[in-house]
Design a protein around this ligand. Structure first.
Ligand code: HAM
Length: 417
């Protein structure tokens, strides 16, 4: 017997309603904010991610699913931002459209140690707004993330924001951290010892208790921000307050990917466990578009992990399903006629099915019950002769003989898909 790969999941039909609810809620909200869907491939040149996320990023170092084909190295996409910027540049959207707002929904792949809320194939719902450095856009993107969470019926989350500043500020920040942490080097965990040389900002993010204690003692104050970046960050905070988004500012929030500059944010939720508490995250990446061959322009986006949204929501939105009408033909002639009736019902937009297992009347009724059918249409020889069906309301158990010409009206709007 084959088993699924650890860290992957079968999303079974009884779970799909919540997935569709989350996806459809997102689609309509993104449409309201004028974001257009984009669907890049799931597989890209590995170099795209090395270049965008940075060679020292944990995802690039340890987590990429790589496929070697002769000279070429491909990767299953570990995230969406790099692909979307690549698509924006490759398709000349910077020249034809300029400023563009995208959203995407789909699977991502990371070779992680699987646990609750951490998978190897997981799903992102995300957006990227490319072509502007206006802090008002940061406000739109962060407040849209907040509105989405409310629409998913998720409570008890915390929106944490910070600014990493421009590339120069980041450099200065790294240098000041280097000076502050140098003496603590022996007390850092093994991972952070490596991060010290390769990606020092990530030490601020470490979950190890002794590293956390050292980091807490640093008293960071966003002092690295230049005047422009400090002003922009103030405007983002003012804008968020004016549209009613609650947030916390944390100078300790850094993101593990090289492309981030300026505003970064993370949405934390207590239900997810100590090792991974983020429902979603995002930020500005004002140098990436140029880095990938496009114009020197700003961009910002975020992504939610759908599996984590579902863990955090006790009442995820779900698509209301139509009521099922179940046809039970008794005998061969009725069975032949049942095919036509089934076709007619469906043509009229009614959710309908039938027994394909040749069950007895009792067995078919039991099956209809299991399927939570609203009505059973029983067709025997008598009904066939009169062009009627015996219509049983499964909630009241009342039966009524209905002519086929009246049937669509009788079943009513409740059964329409
Ligand atoms: P990220 O923080 O790597 O950001 O991923 C975003 C979200 O995806 C996380 O907050 C988490 O909810 C979910 N996630 C990540 N890894 C896993 C996993 N192994 N299993 C389950 N869920 C996971 C990005 O990917 C950026 N591209 C976000 C972004 C868009 N920044 C700007 N634009």
């Amino acid at each position: 017997m084959f088993k699924k790969i650890p860290g992957t999941r079968d999303i079974l039909p009884d779970q799909v309603a919540s997935w569709q609810g989350i996806e459809e809620t997102s689609r309509s909200l993104f449409a309201l904010y004028n974001y257009k869907e984009i669907r890049p491939p799931l597989i890209e040149e590995a170099g795209l991610f090395n270049r965008s996320l940075g060679d020292t990023a944990e995802i690039v170092q340890k987590q990429m699913f790589l496929i070697q084909k002769a000279e070429d190295e491909y990767a299953l996409r570990p995230e969406g931002t790099a692909s979307i910027v690549r698509a924006y540049v490759e398709n000349n959207l910077d020249k034809t459209a300029g400023f563009e707002k995208f959203f995407y929904i789909g699977p991502m792949f990371r070779m992680e140690r699987p646990q609750k809320g951490r998978l190897r194939q997981f799903h992102h719902i995300g957006c990227e707004a490319i072509g502007s450095r206006d802090p008002a856009l940061d406000v739109e993107v962060i407040s849209m993330a907040d509105t989405l969470l409310r629409a998913f019926n998720i409570e008890g989350y915390t929106m944490v924001i910070n600014s990493l500043g421009c590339a120069n500020d980041r450099k200065e920040f790294s240098a000041s951290l280097n000076a502050a942490l140098k003496n603590h080097l022996p007390a850092l965990c093994e991972d952070c010892k490596v991060r010290f040389d390769r990606n020092i900002l990530r030490i601020l993010d470490c979950k190890n208790e002794s590293c956390k204690a050292i980091v807490k003692g640093l008293s960071l104050q966003n002092a690295h921000l230049c005047r422009q970046c400090a002003q922009d960050f103030q405007r983002v905070q003012k804008g968020l307050t004016s549209v009613g988004v609650r947030f916390e500012v944390s100078p300790y929030l850094v993101r593990g990917l090289d492309y981030y500059t300026g505003t970064v944010f993370e949405i934390k939720h207590h239900n997810l466990g100590p090792q991974q508490d983020a429902l979603g995250a995002g930020g500005r990446y004002d140098t990436l578009v140029k880095e990938l061959g496009g114009p020197d322009t700003g961009a910002i986006g975020f992504a939610f992990g759908v599996e984590r949204l579902l863990l955090a929501s006790h009442n995820p939105p779900s698509r209301p399903s139509a009521k099922l009408v179940y046809i039970i033909p008794l005998g061969d002639a009725a069975r032949e006629h049942g095919i036509i009736l089934l076709h007619t019902l469906r043509k009229n937009g009614i959710l309908a099915d039938t027994d394909y297992e040749n069950r007895s009347l009792k067995g078919a009724m039991r099956r209809a019950n299991d399927l939570q059918a609203a009505f059973c249409l029983i067709i025997g020889d008598d009904e066939l002769k009169k062009n009627t069906v015996m219509c049983k309301n499964m909630a009241t158990s009342k039966q009524k003989e209905v002519t086929e010409s009246e049937l669509i009206n009788f079943l009513g709007a409740g059964c329409r898909g």
